[in-house]
Design a protein around this ligand. Structure first.
Ligand SMILES: NC(=O)c1ccc[n+]([C@@H]2O[C@H](COP(=O)([O-])OP(=O)(O)OC[C@H]3O[C@@H](n4cnc5c(N)ncnc54)[C@H](OP(=O)(O)O)[C@@H]3O)[C@@H](O)[C@H]2O)c1
Length: 283
């Protein structure tokens, strides 16, 4: 099997860390990145990864220069995994422009900047795969998590538009839409809820808090299993052997339920309203 070189963002914990361990276990080369001091991912260096400090919300020029250093020092990159992200909670009315922008700065623009920095390299070698770590909430909205859900919805559009624009250059793009996986994503240090509370949303907020409290530490998804599937899919091995790379892949029972329901609901709307939908063209 061809040995690939992977660059993963957001490797200080959770899926990023598991990605690096999974990549190394397959005999591939792994480049782990994390914001803050590089010592935070020393254990991944000891496991065999190259490590770099990269805050995906940094200015574009900074991201560009770290990425070009990484490409230069590692003899190229084959797969970029846009994994860095966090959850910013809040309804539309309670979320400030600043918190929504902060969420987009990491989850959306972070992925865009990292991808932009790598595309010239991928174009030059006429190959490369861009992986986006999306969410089931990029399919169905999240009433109490508008900044997060909308950032993941936007990532869907980035992936779909990118995929079409670079296919003729030998570059692939895929988005994985994850259900709940047991990581640090809901840990109080990471989960942000910077909102101006409005009384009319008290019940929604209380319900969300109760749901999340019960969920934290009990998320159904096993990161190791999820990572194995994602690596298989990118490499076309294991569970993905003999299959074409799908355009997207939901992961987890909860993600499948949500995606399937959205598809069925949308098809039902198309069916019920078809003659009206088709009635708006010029005669
Ligand atoms: N776990 C789930 O249930 C789930 C479901 C759907 C999607 N996802 C997505 O999966 C990805 C990974 O999350 P996770 O579940 O593994 O959670 P996690 O354990 O909290 O890991 C998130 C990682 O992203 C990093 N990060 C955050 N902001 C960053 C920035 N500006 N620059 C660089 N790194 C940054 C964090 O670094 P710090 O330690 O510095 O904060 C951390 O390493 C995220 O995109 C998340 O939205 C997760």
């Amino acid at each position: 099997m061809t040995q690939l070189t992977w660059l993963v963002t957001g490797c200080s914990s959770g899926l990023g860390e598991e990605f690096i361990r999974g990549i190394l276990s397959r005999g591939d080369k792994a480049i782990a990145t994390s914001r803050g001091p590089i010592s935070r991912i020393q254990k991944l260096k000891e496991a065999g990864a190259s490590t770099y400090s990269l805050d995906v919300s940094a200015p574009k020029l900074e991201v560009d220069s770290i990425m070009s250093l990484i490409i230069q020092e590692n003899g190229g990159i084959d797969v970029l995994v846009n994994n860095a992200g966090y959850v910013e909670n809040g309804t539309l009315e309670e979320s400030s422009r600043e918190t929504i922008l902060a969420q987009y700065e990491t989850n959306l623009f972070g992925s865009i900047k990292a991808t932009q920095a790598l595309l010239p390299h991928f174009r030059q070698k006429r190959s490369g795969t861009v992986v986006f770590i999306g969410s089931m909430y990029g399919w169905g909205g999240l009433p109490s998590g508008l900044p997060y859900a909308s950032s993941k919805f936007a990532l869907e559009g980035v992936h779909e538009s990118l995929k079409e624009s670079v296919a003729h250059l030998g570059i692939k793009s895929i988005i994985f839409e994850l259900g709940f996986f047991r990581t640090q994503v809901l840990h109080p240090n990471n989960f942000k809820s910077r909102i101006s509370e409005i009384g009319d949303y008290d019940a929604l907020r209380a319900g969300t808090a109760e749901f999340l409290q019960a969920l934290q530490g009990n998320e159904p998804g096993d990161p190791k299993k999820g990572i194995k599937v994602m690596i298989d899919v990118v490499k076309g091995e294991g569970v993905a052997a003999g299959k074409a790379m799908p355009e997207r892949l939901p992961l987890g029972v909860d993600a499948l339920d949500l995606v399937r329901k959205k598809c069925e609901d949308t098809l039902a709307i198309c069916k019920e309203w078809e003659h009206i939908i088709n009635s708006t063209n010029f005669d």
